[in-house]
Design a protein around this ligand. Structure first.
Ligand SMILES: NC(=O)c1ccc[n+]([C@@H]2O[C@H](COP(=O)([O-])OP(=O)(O)OC[C@H]3O[C@@H](n4cnc5c(N)ncnc54)[C@H](OP(=O)(O)O)[C@@H]3O)[C@@H](O)[C@H]2O)c1
Length: 239
């Protein structure tokens, strides 16, 4: 499917960068947002630096980025942060606040800005995680934020009747996030990390380019799913 105009958050690395590269190759105009900026150079790329942890920076950045845009064919709210894998009772509220700001409230601000600017969006995909459903030990702030993201998606579906909006868990991807999960994080104390270590380097954990290819091929299928719903790429059957 061709997407003439796409907005992607978190396009400086990992999944967001790979999606950006593939969409540019297919002729999309890509509007991107991250702290570091997208490393690609392409005439179809419009990129802005923005820290989603700074709630007051988001709307001005989006206003500038989308100044000439009246509609978007695809929005991928992909930017996300993991936080530390640790017991919830040892996790300070300040850490949870920051994760929630980046993974949930920033996406609310972005969607609200699109509504306020009357930018019609055909499809919005919020990148979620199986962690938001599993509730494994140690995944505290991240799991809470992705569970909230799934509900945010469901709630916005009521307010965006002309947009297909879904939360999608992309499955394991060998990106910077896995460097910490498969390295520094304590797999003795938090056994779910052992599954990630075993998957790394196998087909069960594609690299970002591989994952981006799979996701792009499935975005059109989301249009057949109930708007507001959550799907996990690993358990969602092909139509
Ligand atoms: N990797 C996995 O196995 C996996 C599994 C399930 C779900 N996910 C989800 O997939 C999405 C992409 O993650 P990834 O694996 O590609 O990780 P990644 O390589 O670490 O990419 C994360 C992206 O989010 C951006 N970001 C993080 N904090 C930000 C902030 N404060 N302001 C603006 N942008 C910010 C980063 O840009 P800057 O650092 O430049 O700001 C980067 O472009 C995330 O939502 C993640 O939760 C990943």
């Amino acid at each position: 499917m061709h997407y003439p105009r796409v907005l992607i958050t978190g396009n400086s690395s990992g999944l967001g960068l790979s999606l950006t590269g593939k969409l540019l190759e297919h002729g999309s105009e890509v509007y991107g947002l991250s702290r570091r900026g997208c490393p690609l150079t392409h005439e179809g790329l419009h990129d802005i630096h923005c820290d989603l942890a700074d709630r007051h920076a988001i709307q001005p950045a989006l206003d500038k980025l989308l100044a000439d845009v009246s509609s978007l064919d695809l929005v991928v709210l992909n930017a996300g942060t993991l936080g530390k894998i640790q017991a919830l009772h040892e996790t300070p509220l300040e850490s949870l606040d920051e994760i929630m700001q980046i993974n949930v409230w920033a996406n609310k601000t972005l969607i609200d800005s699109l509504i306020t600017r009357s930018i019609h969006c055909r499809q919005i995909v919020l990148i979620s995680s199986g962690a938001g459903v599993r509730g494994n030990a140690g995944w505290g702030g991240y799991a809470l934020s992705k569970a909230a993201l799934n509900m945010l998606t469901q709630l916005y579906a009521h307010e965006l009747p002309e947009t297909q909006i879904n939360a999608l868990a992309p499955g394991l991807m060998d990106t910077a996030m896995q460097d910490y999960l498969c390295g520094e994080a304590d797999s003795g104390q938090f056994p779910s990390l052992q599954r990630l270590k075993a998957a790394r380097g196998t087909d069960n954990m594609p690299d970002a380019d591989g994952a981006a290819g799979i996701l792009l091929s499935r975005f059109p299928d989301l249009l057949q799913e109930p708007t507001g719903s959550f799907r996990d790429i690993r358990t969602w059957p092909q139509p």
